[in-house]
Design a protein around this ligand. Structure first.
Ligand code: AMP
Ligand code: ZN
Length: 113
C-alpha cells in the first residue's frame, strides 16, 4: 500500500520517533505548528475516523493513553495541549492514515474552525 505513514512505521521513510509499542507509533511532525507537535498513529492502516469501527476502535483509547503519557514526558501536560484528528477534505486531512496531532508548548488559538 502506498501510504506515507505505513512507510514511516515500517522504517522505509525516516522519522524522529517519540514512542513506539505493539499497536502505536509516535513521531515529530515534519512541519510543526506548535513548539511541541507530535503525531500519534495506529500501526494498523486505518484511513481516517470514517473507518473506525467496533472491531478496530480499541487502539483509539490506547492512543489517548499514549497522548497523556507523552504530554507529561514532553512537559506540556500541566499548561495544557490539544489532541486533534482531521477527517476528510473539509478538515484538511492530507495523509489518509489515521493520526492524532498532539499540540502544545504555547497558548493555542481558541478558534477550532
Ligand atoms: P493532516 O493535515 O491532518 O492530514 O496532517 C498530516 C501531517 O503530517 C501534517 O501536519 C504534516 O506536516 C505531517 N507530515 C507529512 N509528511 C511527514 C513526514 N514525512 N514526517 C512527519 N510528518 C509529516
Ligand atoms: Zn497507512
Amino acid at each position: 500500500m502506498d501510504c506515507l505513514f505505513c512507510k514511516i512505521i515500517n522504517g522505509e521513510i525516516p522519522s524522529k520517533k517519540v514512542y513506539e509499542d505493539d499497536s502505536v507509533y509516535a513521531f515529530y511532525d515534519i512541519a510543526p505548528m506548535a513548539p511541541v507537535h507530535v503525531l500519534i498513529v495506529p500501526k494498523t492502516h486505518i484511513a481516517s475516523v470514517n473507518e473506525v469501527t467496533a472491531e478496530n476502535s480499541a487502539v483509539i483509547s490506547h492512543i489517548y493513553e499514549v497522548a497523556a503519557k507523552l504530554a507529561k514526558e514532553l512537559g506540556i501536560a500541566d499548561e495544557g495541549y490539544r489532541v486533534v484528528t482531521n477527517c476528510g477534505a473539509n478538515a484538511g486531512q492530507t495523509v489518509f492514515h489515521l493520526h492524532f496531532h498532539l499540540l502544545g508548548g504555547t497558548k493555542l488559538k481558541v478558534e477550532m474552525c
